[in-house]
Design a protein around this ligand. Structure first.
Ligand SMILES: Nc1ncnc2c1ncn2[C@@H]1O[C@H](COP(=O)(O)OP(=O)(O)OP(=O)(O)O)[C@@H](O)[C@H]1O
Ligand SMILES: [Mg+2]
Length: 261
């Protein structure tokens, strides 16, 4: 049999992932493999096909921007990638793990150890300082960075003892970013992280996310409605009607400061 066509010669997935991980080539390892993924909410007449056959690969260290109309399934996809929700059918692998058949204990561990989430609203604890909000997570993580270091990475080294009410929206979102990345997750999933911010503040927040991606090498996916953000990405995925409509790879990432708002 021709090696290119694979067939019975295809090695098992575990071996393939192990090979990719240990290679020192510049080829990025595949982190997520998504094939024919569906998610259906409701039953019979009330059925909603939020995901209708998603095919997508995501690679180590990439910065991916996910664009698409409201209701096209972006949040549903992100929640499935992050183990907050489980698909109805299809293939969803994270490294050598099958997330479709994972039980709740496994998903909890996966979310805690491997995934950082950033949402439109920051969900900080009002009675805790910036430092304490981040330390809450670092105290239970396996190999965290010091909470101060996480806050310095998002340029909040001077605001450690401020409470959320004493911080601007952009600063609060940066605390949320520090909290998400302090445990050194392999994946950072951001659902409209600048959705509640004005343009100038949004730029500072995106800058912090970009820096985390660059300095920690965290695979980063950002959902947005703002097509201008596409230029900061390695890859832009356009979503529509519950699937990938098309995608584009940028030959070069534009610095956040150079985006034309
Ligand atoms: N828990 C749920 N129960 C029922 N339907 C849902 C649920 N979550 C999402 N949906 C439906 O699935 C579809 C996709 O929703 P999703 O939130 O993924 O869209 P989105 O692309 O993130 O939209 P937006 O840009 O407005 O945030 C929508 O039609 C939505 O109403
Ligand atoms: Mg959404």
């Amino acid at each position: 049999m021709n090696a290119l066509t694979g067939g019975e010669a295809t090695p098992n997935l575990l071996t393939m992932f192990a090979d990719v991980d240990s290679s020192s080539t510049s080829t990025r390892a595949e982190m997520f493999r998504v094939r024919g993924l569906t998610k259906t909410y409701g039953t019979s007449e009330a059925e909603v096909h939020a995901l209708a056959g998603v095919d997508l690969d995501l690679y180590e260290g990439e910065l991916v921007v996910l664009l698409g109309p409201s209701g096209s399934g972006k949040t549903t996809l992100l929640n499935n990638l992050g183990g907050l929700d489980v698909p109805t059918s299809g293939e969803l692998r994270y490294r050598d793990m099958d997330l479709t058949s994972a039980d709740e204990d496994f998903l909890t561990r996966y979310r805690r150890e491997s995934v950082g989430f950033i949402f439109q609203f920051y969900n900080l604890i009002p009675s805790l300082t910036a430092l304490e909000n981040v330390a809450l997570i670092t105290e239970i993580a396996r190999d965290p960075m010091p909470a101060e270091e996480a806050l310095e990475l998002v340029n909040l080294g001077e605001r450690l003892d401020h409470f959320p009410a004493q911080l601007s929206g952009g600063e609060q979102q940066r605390v949320a970013i520090a909290r998400a990345i302090a445990k050194r997750p392999e994946v950072l999933l951001c659902d409209e992280p600048t959705g509640a911010l004005d343009v100038r503040t949004g730029i500072v927040v995106l800058d912090a996310i970009e820096r985390v991606n660059r300095e920690l090498g965290t695979l980063t996916v950002i959902i947005t409605h703002n097509a201008i953000m596409a230029d900061m990405a390695d890859r832009v995925i356009h979503f529509s009607d519950g699937r990938v409509h098309h995608e584009r790879r940028n030959s070069k990432r534009a610095p956040v400061s150079a985006l034309n708002w």
